[in-house]
Design a protein around this ligand. Structure first.
Ligand code: RUB
Ligand code: MG
Length: 400
């Protein structure tokens, strides 16, 4: 592994710029250069020059690997890291498009503790070894009062989900105040646990002003929270860092990524999910949404596999972060997700559970049955022959 930072970009140069000049323009802008020769540079500054390591045609453009000297980074300061690897380069007029595909940081720039729990820690809390976890997002997204929210959570828990989470637009509004909601949900999860013996996590959404986030998490933990959720793009990376590194935050951190599509979706311009995944893992996210291979916001399977590997492969001694596949999933889609992404994954369904014709509890059962079928090596159709909830879900949404 390199002792410097290596960033990989896709780019398409403006018609009057050669690919070599375009790659060099990024390397210079993000290190010692600018758009013109300058009189203030010195010989000793030159050791901090960026370097073009490779350049190859790819699709409609080129892929280049650039080396940035480790010395230009302030160890531990992720906003500063991003100002280099994902900074001004996106606005360079000589590039028609540019996308950060991946970034490798050397050991010296990863002075982070990473996830406190990670995938293994969360599996331990739930008591699983290799099966996928199944989760749900309470729907409707907003509007339910605390009592009805807790009732939906109870039904999902009885039906067998491992995780229940707030949706991203629900925080602490007047129609469903966080304290009241959290206490009501935790009481109902206790009730469910006394019936099933099964622990269920509730990721309460504490996304808020940076200054308030740790306090919100502490307060939630005082009220019995066993997981907290933060939206990392809207709150910011350092908000996640503050949260995950706080010693008082003794529960796993579920990381959602609303708004990411504005950054990650365009295959030619922006930032791919992989660098974001690496940073979330470094900063201590215990589970992170990376996407689905099918469903309402699906994306490229090869890219997604690599993103999940960035969360789970060995990386500077950090615990693996649990990847979460979510968005438009239902029992009929479970097998394809697991086949493509493996079983070290959390499969979440909102509509795909609460839209079940027989309600939330049946919907949760159907999702679990679909996962159990896959683990048993049996097709969903076959398993549905003696699992009614799954049969009803397949009838409703089909099996793909
Ligand atoms: C899914 C949902 C989540 C998205 C996030 O609801 O509310 O916010 O999954 O997507 P439903 P991503 O199951 O009803 O579609 O994981 O891609 O960031
Ligand atoms: Mg949502």
């Amino acid at each position: 592994m390199t002792k410097d930072v290596v960033a990989t970009y896709y780019f398409r140069p403006r018609s009057d710029t050669t690919p070599e000049a375009a790659a060099l323009a990024i390397a210079e802008e993000e290190t010692t250069g600018t758009w013109t020769e300058i009189t203030t540079t010195t010989e000793y500054v030159r050791r901090l020059d960026g370097e073009v390591l490779s350049l190859e045609p790819s699709g409609n453009g080129y892929v280049t690997r650039l080396c940035y000297p480790a010395e230009i980074f302030e160890a531990g300061n992720v906003p500063q890291y991003l100002s280099v690897v994902a900074g001004n380069l996106f606005g360079l007029a000589r590039l028609d498009a540019v996308r950060l595909l991946d970034v490798e940081f050397p050991e010296t720039l990863v002075p982070f503790a990473g996830p406190k729990f990670g995938m293994e820690g969360i599996r331990r809390l739930i008591g699983t070894t290799d099966r996928p976890h199944v989760g749900t997002i309470i729907k409707p997204k907003v509007g339910l009062n605390p009592k009805d929210t807790a009732e939906v959570a109870y039904k999902a828990a009885i039906g067998g989900v491992d995780l229940i989470k707030d949706d991203e637009t629900l925080t602490d509004q007047t129609f469903c105040p966080m304290d009241e909601r959290l206490q009501a949900v935790m009481a109902k999860l206790d009730e469910a646990k006394s019936e099933t013996g099964q622990e269920v996590l509730y990721a309460v959404n504490i996304s808020a002003r940076a200054d308030d986030i740790v306090e919100r998490a502490e307060h939630a933990i005082d009220l019995g929270a066993n997981m907290v959720m933060i939206d990392v793009i809207t709150c910011g990376f350092t908000a996640l860092q503050a949260l995950a590194e706080a010693p008082s935050v003794t529960v796993p951190v579920h990381v959602h990524r609303t708004m990411h599509g504005a950054i990650t979706r365009n295959p030619e311009h922006g930032i791919a999910m992989r660098p974001i995944a690496r940073i979330v893992r470094m900063l201590g996210g215990d589970q992170l949404h990376t996407g689905t291979v099918s469903g309402k916001m699906s994306h490229d399977v090869g890219e997604l596999r690599g993103d999940n590997a960035a969360l789970t492969d060995p990386y500077h001694g950090l615990k693996p972060t649990f990847p979460v596949a979510s968005g438009g999933l239902h029992p009929g889609k479970v097998a394809a997700e697991l086949k493509n992404l493996g079983t070290n994954i959390v499969l979440q369904a909102g509509g795909g559970i609460h839209g079940h014709p027989d309600g939330t509890e049946a919907g949760a059962r159907a999702m679990r049955q679909a996962a159990d079928a896959f683990m048993a090596g049996v097709s969903a159709e076959e398993y549905a022959k003696d699992h009614r909830e799954l049969a009803r879900a397949l009838e409703r949404w089909g099996n793909r």
